[in-house]
Design a protein around this ligand. Structure first.
Ligand code: TPP
Length: 279
């Protein structure tokens, strides 16, 4: 019988009310939807970094690697190159993705390897008690920044668009939004960058963001239009903003990294690593 039980006996140690619970619930139900299509646990590998987000690795019973801080993307790439038939999913925090792992992020967009990458962006290094990250808003104060953050945050959506990413999305840490974007990302052949706006109930609670969000899909945003995507990315600069667009900013087809290597194309044809379903 195909093993599809992704629960683990480990009790989550996230804070009560942490929005990582929403992300976990969305990821689990999305994986269960994949299993209904006949796929099994052997078809997936997950990678997480170091931080509160990284604990997701302990709560989803799939193979993978809880890797070094900032090294989720090269680990995903390594797994994908080792077996291109695996569906590889990476999880990072904003510190993990945009500070320690920044150099990998740009190249991941450029490589377009066929894996999915979720960034739990709570705008702080949460596990180490709330230090500012590259997406913390100006004025944020903590013990190591008593005068407040002075630097302007980076804009990861614009960065990913500029670096050539083929799937660029942002959602809020709500289970249904995770399910929506997971489904869309799974359909995409190539690197999928998904930023999740994730309030940290202790160090960076929602600063009125949720009520300012709106859906790009409902606004009939053309996700094939690069210039329109850039314009939408500009609407929220990670400081206080009028409106925060959510959904898929941009999507396009481009050669997948693995398809540049005949030996990997051959492995794909043989379908090694798929327990039940061939693509
Ligand atoms: C190379 C390295 N630098 C720093 C640390 C210390 N460290 C552990 S967790 C963490 C914060 C992680 O923040 P983020 O990636 O935003 O994840 P979050 O805890 O917010 O989910 C840091 C700085 C480390 N483990 N390794």
């Amino acid at each position: 019988m195909t093993d599809t039980n992704i629960n683990t006996p480990i009790a989550p140690t996230w804070c009560p009310g942490c929005f990582n619970f929403q992300i976990l619930a969305g990821i689990k139900s999305s994986l269960n939807e994949e299993f209904k299509k006949g796929r099994s646990k052997d078809d997936f590998a997950i990678v997480s970094g170091i931080g509160c987000h990284g604990k997701i690795f302990d709560y989803v019973n799939l193979n993978g690697i809880n890797t070094l801080h900032g090294r989720v993307l090269p680990t995903c790439l390594g797994i994908k190159v080792g077996n291109p038939n695996l569906t590889v999913i990476g999880f990072s925090g904003d510190g993990d993705a945009y500070a320690e792992g920044m150099e990998h992020l740009i190249h991941a967009a450029r490589y377009n390897s066929d894996f999915k990458y979720f960034v739990h962006n709570n705008q702080v290094f949460a596990l180490t008690a709330g230090q500012p990250t590259p997406t913390t808003e100006i004025g944020y104060k903590d013990k190591i920044t008593p005068l407040g953050v002075k630097l302007h945050p980076i804009n990861p959506i614009k960065l990913m668009l500029s670096a050539g990413a083929t799937f660029v999305a942002r959602v809020y840490a709500d289970k249904p939004q995770i399910e929506y974007v997971f489904k869309e990302a799974m359909k995409h052949k190539g690197f999928a960058f998904i930023e999740i706006l994730q309030p940290c109930v202790i160090f960076h609670p929602d600063k009125g963001y949720k009520e300012r969000t709106y859906s790009l899909e409902e606004e009939k945003h053309d996700k094939t239009n690069f210039d329109a995507a850039m314009k939408k990315a500009d609407e929220f600069d990670y400081n206080l903003a009028e409106k925060i667009p959510l959904g898929i900013f941009y999507q396009k087809e481009k050669t997948v990294f693995e398809d540049n290597f005949p030996q990997l194309v051959d492995l794909k044809k043989k379908g090694i690593g798929w327990s039940s379903v061939k693509r």
